[in-house]
Design a protein around this ligand. Sequence first.
Ligand SMILES: Cc1cc2nc3c(=O)[nH]c(=O)nc-3n(C[C@H](O)[C@H](O)[C@H](O)COP(=O)(O)OP(=O)(O)OC[C@H]3O[C@@H](n4cnc5c(N)ncnc54)[C@H](O)[C@@H]3O)c2cc1C
Length: 423
Amino acid sequence: MLRDIDPGYADDEVLRMLREEVEEVARDVVRPAGKELDAMDDHSGLADPDSRYFEVMDAIHEVVPRSSFLPEEFGGDGMSGKEFHTVMETLGWGSPGLAMGFAVDVMPPLFAAVTFDDDLREDYVEPWLSGDSHHQGCWGVTEPRHGSETLMIDSLLKDGAEGVPPPDVTAEKDGDQYVVDGAKASWVTAGPMSTHCALHVDIDAAEGSHGGLCLVPLDSDGVTQGEPIDKIGQRDCPQGDLAFDSVRIPEQNMIMTPEILNPDTGLVSFDQLLCFTSCGMAAVSAGLARAAFEEALDYAREREQAGKPIAEHQAVKLDLYEMFEKVETARAYSRRVTEHVWSRTLESFEFDASHPHALAAQIYCKRTAFEVAHKAVQIHGGNGITRDYPVEKMFRDSRVKLIEDGTLDVLGLEAGTGVVDGY
Ligand SMILES: Cc1cc2nc3c(=O)[nH]c(=O)nc-3n(C[C@H](O)[C@H](O)[C@H](O)COP(=O)(O)OP(=O)(O)OC[C@H]3O[C@@H](n4cnc5c(N)ncnc54)[C@H](O)[C@@H]3O)c2cc1C
């Protein structure tokens, strides 16, 4: 019987129990709900208060409480890198779209918690910890005019440009408030139903551009949340634009000023933040790859042609082996990188995790998910392109992964800059 050979995971009783609990929810709740939401004709209903999306999030929170997402130092229960990988890989195995809705939810309270500000904790962290899943967070970075370039922190500087251009969404100081104006791209995950946004802005643009990050309650006057956009995959998790028209927030909500985003200060910089998101993307993609491989294997053992299961035909057997090899290497590498990122950030507080390694994990796992899902459809023959078999959705979901959080080319260029300069 083939089993998980990584002793750090397989022989750890706590991790094994966590994985079994999350796997039960992923199998019994996440995957069936993902199928139903994916098939909805009226995509706008995805974000309705009675959408099954919220039921899924509540079920996940039963086994992975929100407090586990916040490090102990920031008032949560903390989660190790191994636990994080286990949770995200298993949810990705259930449905990669819903896994991202679950992950992005933590952004506003996490940023609020790192300030150690009592008021922000009371306003943003406590209600989130005690609230149900209708209290949802999102992360607004990309804009209609700024997509890939928001991720090219090192490569744009290297190319002679002045670095990542400032956001078009601005925040102007007015007394003890900031006034926020502008729009984020239609790609904000969970944007259509979120109650809070961690928003990247350009502070006091008239006096020279400074990047900043603020917390915006999305029920504030002047906020418009777009309808979920229709798309080919990850249809069970909505994306939509966010528009801000003279939206007023208290000055303490501007939680990340240019100093904090600047790597020279030694404080959390954007590339360290992207190390975390890369770990999440890698783990979810490894889970998706595993799901597609398992579906293909089950099918190939059952489906007979020329008098025997197709798994016994050499070409198919070789395909299945290659899928297995890809899944195992993706999982092993993303686990390793996640543990590294955790040790250099939330465990040592050095915040010097290797960005190229984190990007490599994200790129490798996303590519693996696509290649394995593609092959899984092929092994299903005609059945693979019907909605009756889960591999059809997995394939569409894996295609979306090649763009979400950065295209493979752009992430590769960014990682390549780090490799050429730093290896
Ligand atoms: C499912 C999903 C969820 C998302 N969630 C969020 C979210 O929660 N919050 C958020 O802010 N954003 C989110 N995004 C946005 C995402 O980060 C961007 O879509 C992505 O970075 C690409 O930007 P773009 O779509 O504007 O494409 P563009 O930047 O316009 O790129 C178009 C093409 O040009 C190529 N390209 C661009 N620049 C270069 C270059 N310098 N060198 C070589 N090739 C280049 C790209 O590889 C791509 O093929 C999400 C996107 C998706 C698909």
